[in-house]
Ligand binder design. Sequence first.
Ligand code: HEC
Ligand code: HEC
Ligand code: HEC
Length: 451
Amino acid sequence: MQPTSIRLSASVLGLLLSLVSTAAFADSEPTVGTLSPISLPNVSPANSDLANRGAYVARTADCMACHREDYSGGVAIETPIGNIYSTNITPSRRYGIGNYTEADLKKALQKGRSPEHQIYPAMPYPSYHGMSDDDISALFAYFQTVPPVEEPPEKTTKLPFPLNIRTLMLAWNVINVPSTENRTGLTPVQQRGEYLVNNTEHCGTCHTPRNLTQGLDKDRYLSGAPLGKWFAPNITPDNNTGIGRWSEDDIVTYLRTGKLDKRAYAGGPMAEAVAHSTRYLTDADLSAMAAYLKVVPVIKTDDYLIPLNTARLPNPISSSITYDLIEQEKYISQAKANSVTNASINSINSPKALYLTHCVSCHGVDGYAQPDARYASIVGLSSIRRAKPDALVNVIGFGAKGALNTAPKMPGFEKDLTHAQIASIANYVRVNFGGLATSTVTESDVKNIMK
Ligand code: HEC
Ligand code: HEC
Ligand code: HEC
């Protein structure tokens, strides 16, 4: 092949692959965030210290989000050209990685090379490239203790020609591995944070925009990227478009619990990261990541976040209405009756009536939801305060089911509501629960966002 055609193949391949984990994590255990570190599963006094350390490393690297909690694989990583399925990485000799040596594991993680073939970068080896030898040794020891699953994943990858030519990845790797560069001048704590963010947690696979070949764009490191129906926001310390206004403690709380009271919520793909990984991390490691995220280069984007104006947020109507389902029921029917009969300004299509009809049963009259039922409070959330209403419109249109949430999933209203009605609800939510002074999402905005 001539160099130009290699480049072309690599970039065509790259453009087609959307190499992020918006996988259909159908099997994730519904779990609830807690306030203190929760105990680490898969750790046993019967195992060596090295293996137990490996269990922690596996959490910091979020292997389970893609390979399942039992590492049996078969989880789809959605790409426009079809799904790439994760593989069985239990120590089964027949179906898993039981024949791997430690050197093989190191090659798979750092170079994207399994003993048989090149691995697709749906497996985040461009990030694991920088994983330390010590951590890989610990992972190797740990994987020997995992119960083998003696069957193949339910589904395996079948890409059409020429995408099935795995050696194409060699050209792609030259351009895109490693996916990040280490900074100089960091304190030891910030360095630890950098290692976790870049080389184990691979936060950038979702939060860094992609270049033309679908590798991570280093110049726009962590500045936010689309993820199917979701958007992973800018997490550089810019005050207006990133998380510059978050304290280090805020970041720790969010990564530990998946939420930040009246400010942010980890739904969808972020819930996966919290549920499988960050909530298990030690305080020291979460603090290190927070310290590092405060010093990454500031990037301002056009994804402007309207600052929180707490004075404009609703007060809970009363504690009983927030917590007492029966009382809430009564209040809702009263409120519905009022807004429907007050026909001069309110029709059944009034924003409030629409909210009360379609959203209130889960998010409550006042947006604070029903904490006992574990629906998400939507008051003050960053996802409803963005100048671009995309995140909110998409969640109304397509619904959400986060791994952190044991509540029934949020349905998508794509079929039940018109674009105009979705616009109307979005405006209602932004003004009443987001504290925005005004909101002017239009029918055609909704149409553009949802297409
Ligand atoms: C973002 C999703 C994702 C994460 C996170 C992830 N993997 Fe993978 N992994 C995959 C996919 C998809 C494949 C299959 C790629 C292919 O078919 O080329 C894979 C393949 C592999 C392979 C190659 C298996 C073989 O066929 O020989 C190994 C080994 C592996 N992963 C180990 C790990 C370990 C260990 C971790 C955690 C440190 C991890 N993976 C984290 C998605 C992921
Ligand atoms: C699988 C993709 C994915 C991964 C991996 C991921 N994130 Fe996210 N992140 C998202 C999405 C999507 C959102 C938006 C969530 C929402 O609005 O419900 C988000 C939201 C956030 C927010 C809140 C920002 C705001 O303005 O509200 C922070 C902070 C964050 N992520 C940090 C991280 C860090 C640190 C890591 C690595 C440990 C990480 N994320 C890994 C997808 C991801
Ligand atoms: C059946 C219950 C239910 C209904 C009805 C419902 N939601 Fe939700 N909503 C949820 C759940 C559960 C979540 C959390 C999802 C997750 O964890 O990813 C959520 C999350 C959200 C979020 C936060 C998104 C984020 O991740 O930042 C917003 C905003 C939201 N809903 C708005 C609405 C609006 C507006 C309506 C009415 C059109 C509505 N919801 C109807 C259950 C519901």
